[in-house]
Design a protein around this ligand. Structure first.
Ligand code: DX5
Ligand code: ZN
Length: 218
């Protein structure tokens, strides 16, 4: 399977979101990553329903919602009409992960769960893993773009990849935070197949976004 690259719109120019979204013509294996923050689960606020709805109307690529919010279950009903491809919530924010996964699966093609850097990999038991389409390993503390990649994320990727092979699970392994041309090949080698990148792609004066995307796969 080709590596999916998920540009994080958190790092794009918010005054020109549509133009930014349209700057990725004819891409394969590209998702747009939406960082949804509520100011409680993380100390930052980003965008909510009206903005996500507008983005969904102009995006030609699957939308990947990363909910950094308390009470993620609440968002299933409101987001289900926005044509999102993937719905990822945080393990640390969920009282009953299994229930949220099953409810989200009724409304989205793909459902993921995310672990903050300090949450041990053992949090996710087999009865959760077997129902997941995606595991999101946070390689920075969630809340802000532009942070430094945490190296121990590589071992977590390897752990979940070996477990997946051993037990026949189907989840995609996504990594998010501080991703650049140096760490991307290492993550891919360990088994990651979906890389989120914000600053590396968008904080780029040349605005040659497709070239930046391609460079993460090489
Ligand atoms: C952080 C977000 C990330 C962030 C990544 O809470 O989940 O998706 O936008 O940004 P960079 O690539 O700049 O670390
Ligand atoms: Zn994210």
């Amino acid at each position: 399977m080709n590596t999916i690259i998920s540009p994080s719109l958190l790092a794009c120019d918010f005054l020109n979101i549509e133009e930014e979204i349209k700057s990725f013509p004819n891409q394969k294996d590209l998702w747009f990553h939406l960082d949804i923050m509520d100011g409680h689960f993380v100390p930052n606020l980003t965008f909510g329903h009206p903005v996500i709805e507008k983005i969904s109307k102009v995006s030609d690529y699957p939308l990947d919602a990363h909910l950094m919010v308390n009470n993620p279950e609440f968002y299933i009903n409101t987001f289900k009409n926005f044509n999102l491809h993937n719905f990822t919530f945080h393990f640390e924010a969920a009282e009953d992960s299994k229930y949220i996964i099953s409810k989200a699966k009724d409304n989205f093609p793909s459902v993921g769960i995310s672990l903050k850097p300090n949450s041990p990999v053992s949090c996710l038991k087999d009865d959760i893993l077997k129902n997941l389409d995606l595991i999101l390993i946070m390689s920075v503390e969630p809340g802000f773009g532009g942070q430094k990649f945490l190296q121990d994320s590589l071992e977590k990727v390897q752990f979940f990849n070996e477990l997946k092979i051993q037990k026949g699970f189907n989840y995609m392994i996504q990594v998010d935070g501080g991703i650049n041309q140096e760490n991307a090949p290492l993550l891919i080698e360990k088994g990651a197949n979906n890389l989120v990148a914000g600053s590396y792609i968008f904080k780029n004066p040349k605005k040659d976004y497709p070239a930046k995307v391609a460079s993460l796969r090489s």
